[in-house]
Design a protein around this ligand. Structure first.
Ligand SMILES: *[C@@H]1O[C@H](CO)[C@@H](O)[C@H](O)[C@H]1NC(C)=O
Ligand SMILES: [Cu+2]
Length: 228
């Protein structure tokens, strides 16, 4: 949940998001370094009239300023690729949930539990309770057990949507006729919010995602209520 004026990421609720935040900080440090060095060189150049007699055919400096940027790019690219592959990994999920984007709501199916199904519509502003978050609250939250790997299968029934939970580091396109997959493991219980992230029509802004992460006992209790 972001707060007013927040400029950085939401608190991480999964290990992937922790790594993404670390990567962001790492990139920002390198960016600052480059900006400082280039800024220093430019300033120095502007404030004196000297010229270098050996500026042409200067093999040494040209070697240095070719190799150095290449190394910097490598230091940015390798961790980025590593996280890309970690994000895609679905190794041993304990639960599969399927979500379908519709105009304009999400529906969820728990295929491991006799296909429990539900629609998840945004709570209208006039129906909010005190303390609720406007445009983020839904009537049926998706519930998942914490600290267990969950496999999400994501698709759409009509147009493109995108299922997104920023604090988990998850954003997956929901494409009609295609089943996308993502795995995530939450680190702690809580309610995590997201919003559809692919312009999908008039009510695109009004199909939020609210995910409740609870311990597995509470999850089993919640899911068994559907079958009774
Ligand atoms: C968008 O949602 C509002 C509120 O639920 C509804 O009144 C309106 O008809 C919807 N817009 C369209 C184009 O369906
Ligand atoms: Cu949308």
């Amino acid at each position: 949940m972001p707060h007013w004026g927040q400029i950085l990421f939401q608190d991480a609720a999964s290990s992937v998001m922790m790594q993404l935040i670390s990567f962001h900080d790492h990139t920002l440090i390198i960016l600052t370094l480059v900006l400082t060095v280039v800024g220093y060189a430019l300033t120095i150049l502007m404030f004196n009239k000297y010229v270098n007699r050996y500026i042409l055919e200067a093999q040494t400096i040209e070697t240095v300023w070719t190799i150095l940027p290449a190394l910097i790019l490598l230091v940015l690219a390798l961790p980025s690729l590593r996280i890309l592959y970690i994000t895609d990994e679905v190794s041993n999920p304990s639960l599969t949930v399927k979500t379908i984007g519709h105009q304009w709501y999400w529906s969820y199916e728990y295929t491991d539990f006799m296909n429990v199904e539900m629609d998840s519509y945004m709570t209208q502003t006039q129906d909010l309770n005190p303390g609720d978050f406007r445009l983020l609250e839904v009537d049926n939250r998706i519930v998942v057990p914490m600290q267990l790997e969950v496999r999400m299968l994501i698709t759409a029934a009509d147009v493109l949507h995108s299922w997104t939970v920023p604090s988990l580091g998850v954003k997956v396109d929901a494409v009609p006729g295609r089943l996308n997959q993502i795995g995530f493991t939450t680190s702690h219980p809580g309610v995590f919010y997201g919003q559809c992230s692919e312009i999908c029509g008039a009510n695109h802004s009004f199909m939020p995602i609210a995910m409740e992460v609870v311990d597995s006992k509470s999850f089993m209790k919640w899911i068994s209520n559907f079958n009774s």
